[in-house]
Design a protein around this ligand. Sequence first.
Ligand SMILES: Cc1cc2nc3c(=O)[nH]c(=O)nc-3n(C[C@H](O)[C@H](O)[C@H](O)COP(=O)(O)OP(=O)(O)OC[C@H]3O[C@@H](n4cnc5c(N)ncnc54)[C@H](O)[C@@H]3O)c2cc1C
Length: 296
Amino acid sequence: MTNINFESLFKKYQKISRFNEPLAKYTSFKLGGPADVFITPQTIVELSEIYQLCLKESLPVYFLGGGTNLLVKDEGVKGVVVSITFDRLVVKAEAVLVESGYSLNNLIIFLIKAGLGGLESLAGVPGSVGGAVMMNAGGHHGTIGEFVESVIALDKNGKLKPVEKDQINFGYRATEIKDSVCIVKMILRLKKTDPVVLKEKFQEILKAKGQSQPLGGKNAGCVFKNPLDQSAGALIDQAGLKGLTVGGAKVSEQHANFIINTGSATAQDVLSLMEQIKKTVAEQFKVELEPEIKIW
Ligand SMILES: Cc1cc2nc3c(=O)[nH]c(=O)nc-3n(C[C@H](O)[C@H](O)[C@H](O)COP(=O)(O)OP(=O)(O)OC[C@H]3O[C@@H](n4cnc5c(N)ncnc54)[C@H](O)[C@@H]3O)c2cc1C
C-alpha cells in the first residue's frame, strides 16, 4: 500500500472523500488518529462500487456506523474508512425496512410513536442501526437480533445479497453473516403495541441506565464483555479499580466497565488502562477479560 496517490484513485468520488481525515470526531470516545481515506457513499450502489475499487487495489476497508463502540489507535487507520450514513425508512404493517445509517435512538422513538414494539428494550444504546445489528446490541431486556427478519449485505466481492435470519448467527455482542462485509439495510419485524406502554418501558430503562452509566461523557459504553455468568463491571469494581487513571483515561466511578476520556486522553492511555484492568482482574479472579469495543 506504499506510495498510493489516494486523491487520484478516488478522483471520481472527490465530493464524498476526505484524505488524512482525523477520526476522533467520528467516535464517541473522541479519540484516534487519521484515516488515509474517509469516504461517505451517498447510495448503496456507490458503496458497492467503492468497495470493489478498494478490493481491486487491495486496500483495507473499515465500515463506520456511529462510532460508539470503537477505539481508534493514535496512529490512525491505514486504508479506507467507509462511513455508512444512508438512512431511508419504510414501514409496512409490522415490518420496517431501514437502511444501516439510521440512528438507532431515532428509530426507537419513531417506533414507539408508531406503536411498534420491540426495540424500546434498547433504550439508551447510541449509534446506527447497522452498527447495532453488527454488534447484536442490547442488554438485560433483549437484543436487536431478535427483531431482524433479513438483511441486505455487501458480500466479500462487493455484490449486494439478501440474507435471511436463519443464515445469520447472532451471538453475544457479535453477529456473523457468512461471506458478508457490511450490512446495508434490513427488515425488522416488530409487534403492534400501545405506544403508551412502549413509552413507559423506554423511559424506565433509560432512567435506570442514567443512574448506573455515564451516558453523556466521552466513552464507548462497556469496554469488556461479560465473562460467562459474571459481570465484567462487578469484577473490575471488586478489584478496586474504579477511578484508576492512565493519562487522561479513567475507569468510571459510576460504572466500572466504562472507561472515560476525561478530555486529554490518547488512545494509548485507554489501551494501557485496559491492559492494567485485564492484568489485575486475571491476577485476582483468574478471569480473562475480552474487549467488547472494536479497536482499529
Ligand atoms: C454511552 C453508551 C452506552 C452504550 N450502551 C450499550 C448497551 O446498553 N448495549 C450495547 O450492546 N451496546 C452499548 N453501547 C455500545 C454501542 O453503542 C453499540 O455497540 C452500538 O450498537 C454500536 O453501533 P455504532 O453504529 O456506533 O457502531 P460503530 O462503533 O460505528 O461500529 C462498531 C462495529 O460495527 C461495525 N459496523 C458498523 N456499522 C456497520 C455496518 N453497517 N455493516 C458492517 N459493520 C458495521 C464496525 O466496523 C465496528 O466493527 C453503548 C455505547 C455508549 C457510548
